[in-house]
Design a protein around this ligand. Structure first.
Ligand code: EPZ
Length: 436
């Protein structure tokens, strides 16, 4: 299995191109099942999770072809043409769903288009139990009949889905996306209340509207969807990955360097950029993206700050591990509270093995920083993590550590960071992938 070796202590300097957002791309790919016409998706990141989703879609009968790179290459990613002329199977088997929970996003489209679906229950994962009860209750509110049998969700709506009101008891990105897709082909009006406002949900809604859906209230917490009989062709570019961009912003800060994040959008990153600003990290908008750096000489290094994760527009749970890595080299203490997932502190013991001073009490971690970026508070170690963002937080800590860090279980990183080692080494990091 591949490993990543990092020799830390080198400030990052340069430009990093930001890829298309994984968490926008996955529902957009699933949306291709809603139409018998072609959906062209541009700026798709080249990632293991995208490959898993295309494998699942092909299994449902979608024809998929790669339409090549964006002219000139650069930060634009791959283009896929997807056409689900006919749905040949309405089953999403356990073997694919267990690899990637986002597979459950085919439930809404299959049910809306074919009147039935059999989708494996995703089960828990490293960061929490992650039930799908809100996806199920929401589809039931649109008239679906759903049973759980043998680890599968068996859903039927032989006469199509109906209009209705769904009030989500808590904010769920995936449930909002599944319901948005299903509602697009319902008979009548669907209202989704307490909907997720994540930019990735807005991206899906915009693409569905391009396909002929009638969705109003995009980016708000109440979405109104007038169902239509069919959806058609569309050509759509996936939005830039705000989590990837913020991860590299933190990489610049943790090494005491300065990078320009090409293609990053400040509008979708306000909570994170505000937190970085409070931590004494300089953030500037540029013509092509955002410049992030630490002006250690004039103003001192990174300062400890308190962060609480929350649904968008709050501070994203998908950046909690990365900000914790930064706080472990900050000047002063930080309090980091996780409110979205019940088990998302898996990086803590690994960061502590690298010398971080962290105490966890239920959902809050108190981090006593080692005094400033490049300050040598952390030291390299062999580490591994059980999920994507925890893994990348160890890469960040490795970049700021004295000595060598070996990150195991690299497949987690390959699920969500496109060409991570290439992007970092282009800015001067000493990072290589070792293939065994
Ligand atoms: C999405 O997961 C993202 N994944 C996650 O990114 C992200 O961490 C999460 O949203 C929160 O922002 C994709 O977009 C593919 P949720 P999702 O439904 O949709 C509970 C990453 O690292 N819940 O918003 O699965 C749930 O357990 C990943 O890229 C229910 O109780 O998350 C959690 O506590 C990991 N019942 C909370 O809601 C349900 O039916 C929010 O989960 C659904 C969710």
């Amino acid at each position: 299995m591949d490993k990543i070796r990092i020799r830390g202590g080198r400030p990052l300097r340069g430009k990093i191109p930001i890829s298309g957002a994984k968490n926008a791309a996955l529902p957009l790919l699933a949306a291709s099942l809603l139409s018998d016409e072609t959906l062209v998706l541009r700026n798709l990141p080249h990632l293991a999770d995208i490959a898993t989703m295309t494998h699942l879609l092909a299994q449902h009968g979608a024809e998929i072809s790669m339409a090549g790179e964006h002219p000139g290459g650069g930060h634009m990613g791959h283009v896929l043409k997807l056409r689900a002329r006919e749905i040949t199977s309405t089953e999403a088997p356990y073997d694919i769903v267990r690899k990637m929970r986002a597979s459950v996003l085919v439930l809404g489209p299959l049910l809306a288009r074919c009147g039935r679906a059999r989708v494996s229950l995703p089960g828990g994962c490293a960061i929490g139990t992650r039930p799908v009860d809100m996806h199920i209750r929401g589809l039931e509110a649109l008239g679906a009949e759903i049973e759980l049998d043998d680890g599968y969700i068996i859903a039927e709506a032989p006469h199509g889905l109906q209009g209705g009101v769904v009030v989500f008891p808590r904010v769920s990105v995936g449930a909002t996306e599944n319901l948005l897709m299903a509602a697009s082909l319902a008979k009548g009006e669907v209202v989704l209340e307490n909907a997720a406002r994540e930019p990735e949900v807005g991206d899906l809604a915009n693409c569905l509207n391009r396909m002929g859906a009638r969705i109003e209230g995009i980016d708000g917490d109440t979405l109104r969807i007038q169902g239509v009989d069919r959806l058609g062709a569309a050509d759509y570019a996936v939005l830039p990955d705000r989590i990837e961009a913020a991860t590299y912003a933190i990489a610049a800060a943790i090494t005491g360097g300065e990078v320009e994040l090409i293609g990053a959008q400040t509008e979708t990153m306000e909570a994170v950029l505000a937190a970085l600003g409070e931590a004494n990290v300089n953030v500037q908008r540029t013509e092509c993206g955002i410049r992030v750096g630490v002006d250690a000489g004039a103003k001192g290094g990174v300062r400890g700050i308190d962060v609480t994760t929350a649904p968008y527009p709050g501070f994203p749970t998908d950046l909690q591990a990365q900000i914790m890595a930064l706080m472990s080299v900050a000047d002063g203490a930080a309090m980091i509270t996780e409110t979205i997932f019940e088990n998302r502190f898996q990086h803590v013991p690994e960061l502590m093995r690298m010398g971080a001073d962290i105490a966890v009490k239920s959902a809050t971690a108190v981090v006593r920083g080692s005094g400033g970026p490049g300050g040598g508070g952390l030291h390299g170690a062999p580490v591994m993590a059980t999920d994507l963002r925890a893994s990348v937080s160890l890469v960040l800590a490795g970049l700021a550590s004295a000595g060598e860090t070996m990150v195991n279980r690299v497949y987690h990183l390959d699920r969500g960071y496109e060409r991570l080692e290439e992007k970092l080494s282009a800015c001067g990091a000493d990072i290589v992938r070792l293939t065994e």
